[in-house]
Design a protein around this ligand. Structure first.
Ligand code: GDP
Ligand code: MG
Length: 430
């Protein structure tokens, strides 16, 4: 089971519990620990992660009207952001990047991907080969540079990486983004540290980036800290995300070294590369592609929890008032007939005779909408929103569509009746 699947199942299971109390939350956290450890996140980070989730979940109750699934997802999301970091937005300004990492981590491929990334965005990019260990390193990077259509610099056969970096900089001074690929080792030993320090001194990078493969396992954090104490890293690029459902170690490596995750490699081709987008990535893990609107929704529910009923404008029909109105209409037996008498026979009878069960379903679905959605039904002409609401409230997409259709029917009836003075007089008497 991969990380995302595990998280989604644990959240779904917790959301199904009838009561969410200290015991269920502790069990949930135990399950999260298992999932994260299994995905190779470091033990220390795992415990920190679940401790904060437990504290948050126990400290505050979900606000009334908020689906437990949304509430819990939001808490887990916030903690995953802390663990894996927030979105990286690459700046398009001239800079120099030093890439480091062990053998096979994907440094050379990443160097070319990164150069291509900036070149595609209108910046002139160049690659320097400072891998003086691996036999065909020069040819590999030269070929990739051609594919990426960026400038290449290297000195074949020369073993002095610091000198190559220095000469490369002189040669490439008109390039806006210069990326330096370095030698790897099977482990970070004294020799590699010395070489990296010397290259660092002559290249003077703006960013020192550790390239780490998603299949590195639990040792990823330790590895990141070691590189950090040797040469101080600012960022991590996680490669081979396409091949590993685990990746937790590599994804939390930046956190372990107090750096940030910058990019992700998602395949062997030069275009299989993207900046790390927390919402997209973590939303994907949690099975909520539109996580931003879920977060917005939870936050507004928390602040709305303090709004008093009299502050709600019942004149204005939106999803927020729909449920109240529908419930009221159902209680007012005689009103059903009034609609017909008032010359609005098109008020669908079934709208006025909803079962308690269906009304409750509506309530939960409305609770899963964002504040904007509740105020503007037009936003719900969007399949991905419908999907999200269905998921958040544990109903089918068909159920959500039926709610929207009922809402629209009611809205139409209200519009017809809005200006009817007789009806108004009658309603005010009631
Ligand atoms: P280096 O030793 O750190 O320079 O690693 P290389 O760049 O030579 O890459 C080692 C292997 O990993 C190569 O076969 C690459 O094609 C492969 N590789 C690199 N990045 C990715 C990635 O994001 N996804 C996949 N599937 N393979 C990758
Ligand atoms: Mg290499």
């Amino acid at each position: 089971m991969d990380l995302g699947e595990g998280l989604r199942q644990a959240i779904a299971k917790l959301s199904r519990s009838t009561i969410i109390d200290a015991k269920t939350i502790r069990e949930f956290c135990k399950e999260l620990q298992k999932i994260l450890l299994n995905a190779d996140v470091e033990v220390g980070l795992v415990f920190q992660f679940t401790k904060e989730i437990e504290e948050k979940a126990l400290k505050s109750k979900p606000p009334a009207g908020l689906a437990p699934h949304d509430y819990i997802t939001n808490i887990v999301y916030e903690e995953l952001i802390k663990l894996m970091g927030s979105t990286y937005e690459p700046e398009l300004k001239p800079h120099k990047v030093l890439l480091m990492g062990l053998y096979g981590s994907g440094k050379t491929t990443t160097a070319a991907k990164l150069a291509k990334f900036y070149q595609n965005r209108g910046m002139s990019a160049a690659l320097i080969c400072c891998d003086v260990i691996r036999p065909a390193a020069y040819e590999q990077l030269e070929t990739l540079a051609k594919q990426a259509n960026v400038t290449f610099f290297g000195i074949k056969g020369d073993k002095d990486a610091a000198k190559i970096a220095r000469l490369g900089l002189e040669k490439l001074k008109d390039r806006q983004v210069i990326i330096c690929d370095t030698s790897g080792r099977s482990a970070l030993d004294g020799e590699l540290i010395e070489e990296l320090k010397r290259v660092n001194n002559s290249f003077k990078p703006d960013e020192k980036v550790l390239v780490i493969s998603a299949d590195t396992g639990q040792v990823a954090g330790k590895q990141a800290r070691e590189f950090d104490s040797a040469v101080k890293i600012n960022g991590v690029i996680v490669t081979k995300m396409d091949g590993s459902g685990k990746g937790g170690g590599a994804l939390s490596a930046a956190n372990a070294a107090k750096a940030r995750t910058l990019f992700m490699g998602i395949g062997e081709k030069l275009n299989d590369f993207e900046p790390y987008d927390a919402d997209k990535f973590i939303g994907g893990l949690l099975g909520v592609p539109d996580i931003a609107s879920l977060v917005e929704h939870v936050q507004s529910a928390i602040s709305e929890a303090n709004i008093k009923p009299e502050e709600v404008d019942l004149e204005k029909l939106n999803f927020e008032t729909f449920y109240t109105q529908l419930k009221a209409l159902n209680k007012m037996g005689p009103l059903k007939n009034i609609f017909g008498m008032m010359g609005a026979p098109d008020v669908p009878k079934e709208l006025l005779e909803q079962s308690e069960e269906k009304l409750n379903k509506y309530k939960v679905m409305i609770a899963s909408m964002t504040k904007r959605e509740r105020n503007d039904a037009r936003l719900l002409n969007d399949a991905s929103r419908i999907r999200r609401i269905a998921k958040g409230s544990g109903v089918s997409e068909k159920d959500v569509r039926s709610l929207i259709s009922d809402f629209n029917k009611m809205k139409r009836s209200f519009n017809t009746l809005k200006n009817d003075r007789n009806l108004k007089r009658f309603l005010s008497k009631m």
